[in-house]
Design a protein around this ligand. Structure first.
Ligand SMILES: [Zn+2]
Ligand SMILES: [Zn+2]
Length: 386
């Protein structure tokens, strides 16, 4: 490739050459296949696969612009301050768009605040929550659109909203999540098209600020909704929406959305959202990554016969016995356990091969301190089996 590049540079420097000759030679520079193979320099490596890091934060938060939370000390910046103070690497502001407190002014000032708070170590993104409350209903977060709509506006329903969202993706990526999904919401996961499927890339497997018997903040699991969305053909990756309505909750909750990105930037996180490189975790810093046949989690495969899983899970809190990884399950269609392996370490790798028999696979990760189910749920890969 080096000689090819040199040759092309040489061509562009000879601007005295007649235009016809230049065009002829340029066409040879852009020729692929045989021409490049002949000129390839074996000393230069193939383009390296991207290296992903885990970033932790939340994709869902409300302040006083969500009308039912009108109170002092509940501004966008109160939330962003708390998120930064408590080690969140990202925090998305997603106020309800149907209240009279949600206005063009609040929409503009939210954008100004998230942009001002975004640094090298913290990313804030503006979205809004589209809340269809007529049964069976369903709430969705829509991220990074230049405009917003309300579910209560005349003529607005799910199909309208999906297509509105697709139309808003012009110069900047736009994605959405199903929020705190019950089993048959979103008209029983209706209105799926390939274009809509590529925009709604995430689902809150964990959502909401609640308290268990000990008074601790817990997130509610929405596993049945996740299963039904997958079964109905949506390609959604798990996230955990804190859904804080006051900033005090931010420091108490342990659950996080994890994203695999090449950088902690707005573009990096949007790329993770668009490619479904996300996971939901009850632990604030459990890092999960895996590939199948070399393709990163969230990918769609080409109906392979064999699936080679390469899984890496690590928790940095090596002094905490509760954070030891105790089990990883590979889950297939409708929650079937396709493979399972026990562990007793804070950092584990697991390489295993399976004969493909399901349409999608994802991971559940268990840790020592959580006795009532999995700690983390990682994005599926889709096999593209019919
Ligand atoms: Zn909601
Ligand atoms: Zn909400």
């Amino acid at each position: 490739m080096k000689r090819l590049t040199d040759r092309c540079g040489w061509i562009f420097r000879l601007d005295m050459i007649a235009a016809m000759v230049v065009l002829l030679l340029m066409s040879s520079c852009t020729t692929t296949d045989k021409g490049q193979a002949d000129l390839a320099d074996p000393a230069l490596p193939e383009q390296a696969a991207p290296v992903y890091s885990c970033y932790f934060g939340t994709t869902h938060g409300h302040d006083s612009f969500s009308g039912h939370n009108r109170q002092t000390k509940n501004t966008v910046i109160d939330h962003l301050d708390q998120a930064k103070t408590n080690g969140y690497q990202f925090y998305f502001i997603t106020d309800h768009s149907q209240y009279d407190t949600f206005t063009p002014d609040s929409w503009a000032s939210t954008l100004a605040d998230v942009n001002r708070y975004t640094t090298d170590t913290f990313v804030a993104i503006r979205g809004f929550e589209f809340s269809e409350n007529d049964a069976p209903g369903g709430h969705m977060n829509i991220y990074n659109t230049p405009e917003y709509i309300s579910a209560t506006a005349p003529g607005v329903n799910f199909p309208y909203m999906y297509d509105w969202m697709i139309g808003k993706q012009t110069s900047t990526p736009v994605y959405a999540s199903f929020n705190h999904p019950e089993a048959t919401q979103y008209n029983n996961w209706d209105f799926l098209t390939p274009e809509r499927r590529d925009k709604v890339t995430m689902l809150e497997v964990i959502n909401g600020v609640g308290k268990d018997k000990s008074g601790e903040i817990v997130g509610k699991l929405h596993y049945t909704g996740f299963m039904n969305a997958l079964e109905r053909g949506w390609r959604v990756a798990p996230i955990a929406g804190l859904d804080a309505h006051v900033p005090e909750a931010i420091g108490k909750a342990e659950y996080r959305t994890g994203m695999l990105a090449t950088s902690l930037t707005k573009d990096g996180l949007l790329d993770a959202m668009g490619h479904r490189r996300t996971f939901a975790t009850y632990d604030r810093n459990l890092c999960v990554q895996y590939t199948v046949n070399g393709k990163i989690m969230g990918s769609v495969l080409d109906n392979p016969a064999t699936l080679n899983f390469a899984i890496t899970v690590a928790d940095p809190d090596t002094g905490d016995e509760n954070d030891k990884i105790t089990k990883i399950e590979i889950i297939g269609d409708r929650g079937a356990v396709a493979a399972s392996q026990a562990f007793d370490e804070h950092s584990v790798t697991w390489n295993t091969s399976l004969n493909a028999q399901y349409r999608y696979y994802f991971l559940k990760i268990y840790t020592a301190g959580k006795k009532d189910g999995a700690t983390a749920y990682a994005a599926p890969v889709w096999t593209n089996r019919p």
